[in-house]
Write a protein that binds this ligand. Structure first.
Ligand SMILES: [Zn+2]
Length: 287
């Protein structure tokens, strides 16, 4: 199974499995000591842990809305090995396109692509190279959306951040660049959740009083729910902590369904108050 279907009010949504990657467990858990995180998720011989490349598809009256696009298929064999990318398509170009086909849609059918941010494992599937080497949008009829600040940040070519920002994933795209909270499609809201990167956004889906939130890298897996289990990759970890605090308060008050982009097992869940912070309830595995 490469998708998990759920409803938010009147909207049908699918969490689409875009394959997997394997990243260093220490980097994924920042200052959390290994004896603590390895009890929850076991590393391989290279100290890497498996991570999903999950995207969200919303069947909306305004057309199909896709949130994030996985890692794509433009990288070298060396890159694929280092990051343990397993996202090749059986039928389509990528596992994401296979998952899209499984729920009855083609890349041409997608009307909106919203990127939480432009790291390669979130925006790599924005583009592909045709036989002549030219970059083309994977979703040729879609309007692509990202935060204006994120686009500028991605273009900095700063040494600390440039390994994650590959220009071929975003430079050829004519983005609709939004600033701060925005609602490019009715009921599909871009909510700034800074910290992982300064203009990271999470996507809140609202219909008939129900809400689901695609967290992106604010909380990449269910194991990252404790406030301070923050990735070493985050460039502003103290802002991540405050973004989480704000999102958890709203998620608890409004009973949000949460979609975890990188959790290898759990696609969805809700929060409940716990002794120290929050606990995951109603976890839903893939499928
Ligand atoms: Zn990221």
């Amino acid at each position: 199974m490469t998708h998990t279907t759920f409803r938010v009010g009147h909207l049908t949504c699918h969490a689409l499995e875009g394959g997997r990657q394997h990243l260093d467990g220490g980097a994924m858990f920042g200052v959390v000591p290994k004896p603590l995180w390895e009890r929850r998720i076991a590393p391989d011989a290279r100290n890497r842990i498996p991570l999903a490349l999950r995207c969200l598809l919303i069947e909306h009256d305004a057309g199909l809305v896709l949130v994030d696009s996985g890692a794509g298929n433009k990288e070298s064999a060396k890159f694929v090995d280092i990051y343990g990318l397993e996202n090749a398509g059986a039928g389509g170009r990528t596992a994401l396109e296979d998952a899209l086909a499984e729920v009855g849609h083609r890349p041409e059918d997608v009307a909106w692509v919203i990127n939480t941010h432009l790291h390669f494992d979130h925006a790599g599937g924005n583009t592909w190279r045709d036989g002549s080497g030219a970059l083309r949008p994977v979703f040729p009829n879609a309007r692509y959306v990202v935060q204006q600040g994120e686009l500028e940040f991605a273009r900095l070519r700063n040494e600390r951040i440039q390994a994650s920002y590959l220009p071929h994933n975003f430079e050829s795209i004519d983005f609709l660049a939004v600033r701060g909270e925005a609602e490019p499609v009715p009921g599909i809201r871009c909510v700034p959740t800074p910290g992982h990167v300064p203009w990271h956004q999470s996507i809140l889906v609202e219909s008939a009083g129900e809400r689901a939130c695609f967290l992106g890298d604010l909380v990449p897996t269910t194991h990252h729910l404790p406030l301070v289990w923050i990735m070493g990759y985050d460039v502003e970890p103290l802002r991540t902590l405050e973004s989480r605090r704000a999102v958890y308060a709203r998620a608890l008050a409004e009973n949000w369904l949460l979609v975890f982009e990188h959790d290898p097992e759990v696609a969805l869940g809700r929060l409940a108050p716990a002794d120290r912070g929050v606990a995951l309830v109603e976890p839903r595995a893939i499928g």
